[in-house]
Ligand binder design. Structure first.
Ligand code: GTQ
Length: 373
């Protein structure tokens, strides 16, 4: 640990430190019968010195999961299942079905010709395409064609459905939603589209063609909604942007060359609750460790390497997904000396920032690297 604060003990002045006596225990029982309690019995737990994540660091390896996900094709149909998805269940967050913190994630699979019916909900979603051809998503009548490493939004309240064209191949993608967060806020509504399908009312890929032009925005273009009008961010321009930026930056000591996906109208996060970024670790790069508030789910878009999370090494390669819980120390390593590695990252950073909860700290010992257990 870089910083071991003096006051990380519970017996400091000003902290609750009341010993149980028979009289107090009887008193607590009496309070409990009235659905009440004495603050000093829970204060140190509900007001920790610093965030104590219930999530544990996990890497979900694609080579372990892919066959299991494909097997679901023979076991359930999208009609019956609604969505044919295998979700990522963090051992510390099974009670809320989260992959990390308040973020849900799953691997969805569809065969050529299949369609998953249109619905909408208060939760916001992203999709990150892993493999296959012919996948598409329709969001509020805008149809988007999808290829590997494309990133798509289905913001809260928008009608959305997914499918794979008959000429395509079996497609797999990662879903990421703020379902646990919206449930924690007790604000989740869900509706199935009355026709199960929605009409496509615009030219295919129009939102990306309209809003996704570097440095240019449509004259007189008007967009007031709380999420990006650019529903799809394609891989090729993303990778090109990282490469261009890398020509003129040293990058972040903690994250390499990192760029955020933004709402082109505000330059802010793509949605109010979920943010996304893509980071490039240059050949052989080993970043320094830091920690910050917020939950982070990484998807290896390219390359191979490892990350050290709270002193533990997690190896990863293309298509693996791993999480960094809030306030966990982490650093990343690209094991390839000749090629870059790219990590797509989904996070609740917009929430942390909007509510004033964002905090960051560098690991100062040992030249910025954690001892590996
Ligand atoms: O595709 O809308 O993995 O509503 C979980 C819930 C995907 C979706 C999931 C969802 C969706």
């Amino acid at each position: 640990m870089a910083v071991q604060r003096e006051n990380h003990r519970e017996d400091v002045a000003g902290r609750a430190n009341v010993e149980d006596t028979p009289e107090l225990l009887a008193y607590y029982d009496a309070l409990d019968r009235h659905h009440a309690g004495a603050l000093w019995t829970v204060a140190n737990k509900i007001e920790p010195w610093e965030p104590k994540s219930q999530s544990v660091p996990v890497v979900w390896r694609y080579r372990d999961l892919r066959d299991h996900v494909l097997r679901s094709i023979d076991l359930v149909t999208p009609e019956k299942a609604g969505r044919r998805v295998i979700y990522l269940n963090n051992p510390g967050r099974t009670d809320v079905a989260a992959a990390v913190g308040w973020i849900y994630a799953g691997l969805q699979v569809m065969k050529p010709g299949e369609v998953a019916s249109a619905h909408r909900h208060s939760a916001s979603a992203i999709r990150f395409i892993m493999e296959g051809t012919g996948a598409y998503t329709v969001v509020d009548g805008h149809k988007m064609t999808l290829g590997a490493n494309d990133f798509v939004l289905t913001p809260n309240g928008t009608w959305h459905e997914h499918g794979v064209s008959a000429e395509g191949s079996t497609c797999l993608w990662q879903d990421g939603l703020d379902i646990p967060f919206v449930n924690a806020m007790e604000a989740n509504f869900y509706e199935v589209h009355p026709d199960l399908r929605q009409a496509v009312g615009h030219p295919v890929d129009d939102m990306t063609k309209t809003w996704g032009n570097a440095g240019l925005t449509p004259s007189g273009g008007d967009w007031q909604k709380g999420y990006s009008p650019m529903f799809k961010y394609e891989w090729a321009p993303t990778y090109e942007a990282l490469g261009r930026y890398a020509l003129c930056t040293d990058g972040s000591p903690f994250d390499g060359v990192m760029m955020d996906y933004v709402n082109p109208v505000t330059n802010g996060p793509v949605m109010r609750t979920l943010g996304a970024s893509m980071q490039m670790l240059r050949p052989g790069e080993h970043t320094k460790a830091h920690r910050h508030t917020g939950s982070y789910l990484y998807h290896v878009a390219k390359g191979r390497g490892y990350s050290v999370i709270n002193g533990q090494r997690f190896d990863w390669q293309e298509r693996d997904i791993f999480c960094v819980p809030s306030w966990a120390w982490h650093e990343h390593v690209n094991l390839d000396d000749r090629d870059d590695a790219c990590l797509f990252c989904l996070s609740d950073l917009p929430v942390m920032r909007a509510l004033g909860f964002y905090r960051e700290e560098a690991f100062s010992d040992n030249h910025g690297h954690q001892p590996v257990k």
